[in-house]
Design a protein around this ligand. Structure first.
Ligand SMILES: Cc1cc2nc3c(=O)[nH]c(=O)nc-3n(C[C@H](O)[C@H](O)[C@H](O)COP(=O)(O)OP(=O)(O)OC[C@H]3O[C@@H](n4cnc5c(N)ncnc54)[C@H](O)[C@@H]3O)c2cc1C
Length: 426
């Protein structure tokens, strides 16, 4: 650690509360535990990890070069010996307010929010990953299976104080919030569980499994289901080799929020006689539990998310060929999945325009490259993520020249030094 950082560290230690832990021994098991991330790609070791328990300590810490970490699922909550990580794990809370909104605090995770809301008969837009940090999810846009009922995660953000006085900043926070500051608390919209299946907050969760070599037969049938807005279906169609048999398969991981029997919206899939099917009604807060394995920390993983206006059967079939090649060439990449995420109904139109520019997107290509052998880092790179909506060029993420211009102007006002990344400055 440089002398300068060392003196900043001592100064910080003197001003934060006694219960604000500061870890600086990188060999300490606690330090190692806090350093775990969803992906080990480019994971760096910081000079220190600070664990504030209050908003005041978050503010005091931010005088030092830092990155914030909530759930640790992005490739960005990492910094080298030149700075600190502010790990928000111990500063986290969620509460339902008397007006029915919810306040989420610090490093609270998606599952903790959905459980708390369900206890109050409520839900909000939350994604597939139980251990994803709720605040970064909302700030970054936030897609979920309830997009058509709730809108995106960013559409839920309400900031009472700034709604009138700092409306431009609120506009930017909804979709680009992680580039504008460390958000200690967010107030978000909630919705009654009665908007979901059987008015009980239920979601039908099922899977249809076919051998991958039947993809040319199954995918066109799926396209019809994806394009049929009469039934409120959503989910993922995946090229995957699920454990334990690891047989290359086409798995439709389906969700249904309507009231009819699942045999109605998914009749065509049952008629194709899958090798296995599962299905049950689950409370919304438990819907992502079967995807916990995807949230595991460690290994080399990349998340490629590309927004699509049309779903092309041919493009998906080609993608399954790329997937097969990758698994064949790199057996350690067996956990890799190529997926398309659909919602049969359009995203709810937001009340206000914001930095989030994906409301017209119908489908998402969601590919997860996941391998364990460092020697295959280069080989797995041939999968092209240049078009990725979140990790690719900023122009893909914030579409429209006027939107990007406004974001760049606001960045110069609120973070001219690039404390919260150089995105939108360079
Ligand atoms: C398995 C998996 C499933 C996913 N499912 C979905 C999904 O269904 N829908 C969807 O939209 N996205 C999904 N994502 C993407 C996920 O929402 C984003 O990657 C999100 O940014 C991760 O948040 P985190 O807190 O877990 O990560 P972190 O790495 O801790 O944080 C993410 C970013 O936000 C910054 N940050 C952290 N806390 C704060 C804060 N309080 N204020 C400001 N900035 C902060 C970090 O510095 C970093 O840049 C998924 C990702 C994974 C790995």
């Amino acid at each position: 650690m440089s002398d300068h950082l060392l003196s900043q560290l001592s100064a910080l230690q003197a001003v934060v509360a006694a219960d604000c832990q500061i870890l600086h021994d990188s060999q300490d098991p606690e330090f190692q535990k806090r350093l775990a991330r969803w992906t080990d790609i480019d994971r760096k070791v910081p000079a220190a990890i600070v664990l504030p328990r209050s908003e005041e300590d978050c503010v005091k810490t931010s005088s030092i070069p830092f990155v914030a970490k909530s759930g640790g699922h992005s490739p960005w909550s990492t910094i080298g010996a030149e700075g600190f990580i502010i790990d928000l794990t111990l500063y986290s809370d969620v509460r339902v307010n008397p007006d029915g909104t919810a306040t989420i605090v610090g490093g609270i995770l998606a599952k903790q929010v959905s459980v708390c809301l369900a206890e109050a008969g409520l839900f909000t837009a939350l994604g597939n990953g139980n251990s994803v940090g709720a605040i970064p999810y909302f700030l970054g846009g936030g897609g979920s299976i309830t997009n058509s009922i709730t809108g995106f995660g960013s559409d839920q953000i309400l900031i009472e104080v700034t709604e009138e006085t700092r409306s431009d900043l609120l506009w930017a926070v909804k979709g680009a919030g992680q580039f504008f500051g460390l958000i200690t608390q967010l107030t978000v919209r909630t919705h009654s569980l009665s908007a979901l299946r059987k008015q009980q907050g239920l979601v039908w969760v099922g899977a249809f499994v076919y051998p991958l070599d039947r993809a040319a037969e199954v995918v066109p049938v799926m396209k019809q289901i994806m394009d049929d807005p009469r039934h409120a279906t959503a989910g993922l169609m995946m090229a995957i080799a699920p454990p334990p048999a690891r047989t290359p398969s086409l798995v439709v991981s389906a969700r249904y929020t309507g009231d009819e029997a699942p045999e109605v919206p998914f009749k065509a899939l049952y008629d194709l006689q899958p090798v296995a099917t599962t299905g049950r009604d689950l409370p919304i807060q438990n819907v992502s539990d079967d995807r916990e394995a995807l949230c595991a920390k460690g290994d080399f993983k990349r998340f490629g998310l590309v927004g699509l206006h049309e779903f092309s059967v041919e493009a998906f079939l080609q993608a399954t060929e790329v997937w097969k090649r990758l698994i064949h060439e790199c057996p350690d990449a067996i956990n890799t999945t190529f997926n398309v995420q659909w919602d049969s109904r359009p995203v709810k139109t937001p009340e206000r325009e914001s930095a989030m520019s994906s409301h017209d997107i119908r489908y998402w290509q969601v590919n997860i490259i996941w391998h364990t052998d460092v020697k295959n880092r280069r080989k797995t790179r041939y999968v092209d993520f240049q078009n990725a909506t979140r990790t690719g060029p900023i122009q893909r993420r914030y579409r429209g020249e006027a939107r990007l211009k406004k974001l760049r102007q606001l960045k110069r006002v609120w973070d001219a030094q690039g404390v919260f990344t150089r995105q939108l400055l360079d």
